[in-house]
Design a protein around this ligand. Structure first.
Ligand code: FES
Length: 88
């Protein structure tokens, strides 16, 4: 799918009908929008401290984990995978 530079991954997903959980409404207060960035991490904004802190509580956290509501699209192609959280 194509998305606008400056959109969050969550915004882009929802705009294209992709079900990305977002329990806290995109306020970096949960981990339901946890994703793994498989390719193109350089085309996303750098994670800020609040996102890094929040990800510490995410299940199946990897070095390539991001929160969809915090990762902002720059220019380029990326590939991500939704991470299923066991419960919230
Ligand atoms: S929607 Fe809750 S942290 Fe992203």
């Amino acid at each position: 799918m194509e998305a606008q530079s400056g959109d969050t991954l969550l915004d882009a997903a929802l705009e294209h009908g992709v079900e990305m959980p977002h329990e806290c409404g995109g306020n970096c207060a949960c981990t339901t929008c946890h994703i793994h960035v498989l390719e193109g991490a350089e085309y996303l904004s750098k994670p800020e401290e609040v996102e890094i802190d929040r990800l510490l509580s995410a299940e199946n956290r990897q070095s390539y984990s991001r929160l969809g509501c915090q990762a902002i699209l720059l220019l380029g192609e990326i590939t991500v995978q939704l991470v299923e959280e066991a419960s919230w």
